[in-house]
Design a protein around this ligand. Structure first.
Ligand code: NAD
Ligand code: TYD
Length: 352
């Protein structure tokens, strides 16, 4: 079996759901259930005995040690993190706590467990750390895409905390021989993404007749990957990746934010006609330190591991919009008091 952390969040939950279908191998899922974690994300596997959910913190060494000793996983996949750049600007401390100190503590717990393994169990064990392309900083319009050897240059509290965690993971391999793998992926989108991130926020606001808040000039570029393709990449790295290596994951789908928002409006116009969604686009104050462009060079994972994404941006976006249209009750359940407070504060400020 494997231990997944952060498996009630957007990517972690998609990973657990896909994992059980693809492999059938049992999963212990450790998640703190912050505002971003939601057991509703795991509703399709409710009652499935191959999935054990445990509420807890990756930084709780006693709990993590006990889970490792009891379940003896063959791998740990670490998704747990604070993940939203705008929140990291308002409150960076939680990012240091979970992404830096939490990852450190998890590494120490896993190192202790790894020390008890012998023979084949020790040979096979892996610690896979899920990270982001944001650690590489911001590209100019004609710069080559981020490769695994691009120097780290994080610009936001979020990306700095993820960069720090990546460095700890690397060091635990080189110093202690922990068999680690790291993936640095571009922006994900798809079902179950919390509606504070660009794509779900725009879908939700468009349907509610609210403004679609585009930061600055909307010409920032992100390289979008459908979440299911990120999950298949993680499975490939876990199965066939070389220990100690980093794999960049991306779908060659660079898009300007404004074009993403227009594509969402066009998709909604087809699937839920009746309103001129694009007329709701509103330019608001830019994010401080806003990275201009991210782009991933995914040749290593494609060439070495034979991974390819199944979705294009067009097909992935349509699936995503359909999911949000079909899952209004999921949206209601995640739009808690905390969500409403965040949206009110963030966008009142941005409109100034
Ligand atoms: P998310 O915010 O949707 O989910 C994070 C999950 O981690 C939540 O369920 C939350 O409850 C849990 N969590 C937070 N702190 C915890 C702690 N201390 N202990 C245990 N659980 C904790 O994030 P996501 O978008 O699913 O991202 C998952 C991972 O993938 C993160 O590490 C993120 O940096 C990385 N990543 C995300 C993207 C993206 O576009 N979303 C792209 C590349 C990499
Ligand atoms: P986001 O989904 O927060 O991901 P990240 O900052 O990790 O790339 O934002 C994606 C892009 O969309 C980013 O350039 C910021 C921009 N953006 C907006 O223009 N308006 C919004 O309301 C949000 C949430 C993001």
């Amino acid at each position: 079996m494997i231990l997944v952390t952060g498996g009630a969040g957007f990517i972690g939950a998609n990973f657990v759901l896909d994992w059980l279908v693809a492999t059938g191998e049992p999963v212990v899922n450790l998640d703190k259930l912050t505002y971003a974690g939601n057991l509703g994300n795991l509703a399709p596997i409710e009652g499935d005995r191959r999935h054990v959910f445990v509420r807890g913190d990756i930084g709780d060494a006693a709990l993590v040690g006990q889970l490792l000793a009891t379940h003896r996983p063959r791998a740990v996949v670490n998704f747990a993190a604070e993940s939203h750049v705008d929140r990291s600007i308002h409150g960076p401390a939680a990012f240091v706590e979970t992404n830096v100190a939490g990852t450190f503590s998890l590494l120490e717990s896993v190192r202790g467990y790894f020390g008890t393994l012998e023979g084949g169990e020790r040979e096979r064990f892996r610690f896979l750390h899920v990270s982001t392309d944001e650690v590489y900083g911001s590209l100019g319009p004609r710069d080559p895409a981020f490769s695994e050897t691009t120097a780290y240059a994080p610009n936001s509290p979020y990306s700095a905390s993820k960069a720090a965690s990546d460095h700890f993971v690397r060091a635990w391999h080189h110093t202690y021989g922990l068999p680690v793998l790291t993936t640095n992926c571009s922006n994900n989108y798809g079902p179950r993404q919390f509606p504070e991130k660009l794509i779900p926020l725009m879908i939700v606001n468009a349907l509610a007749g609210k403004p679609l808040p585009v930061y600055g000039d909307g010409a920032q570029v992100r390289d979008w990957l459908y979440v299911g393709d990120h999950c298949s990449a993680i499975r490939a790295v876990l199965e066939r990746g070389r220990v100690g290596e980093v794999y960049n994951v991306g779908g060659d789908a660079e898009m300007r934010n404004l074009d993403v928002v227009k594509a969402i409006c066009a998709t909604l116009a087809q699937l839920r006609p009746g309103r001129d969604y694009a007329s709701q686009i509103a330019f608001v104050r830019d994010r401080p330190g806003h990275d201009r462009r991210y782009a991933i060079d995914a040749r290593k994972i494609r060439g070495e591991l034979g991974w390819t994404p199944a979705e294009t941006f067009a097909t992935g976006l349509e699936r995503t919009v359909r999911w949000y249209l079909d899952n209004a009750s999921w949206l209601d359940s995640v739009q808690s008091g905390d969500y409403r407070r965040w949206i009110a504060e963030q966008y009142a400020e941005a409109a100034k």
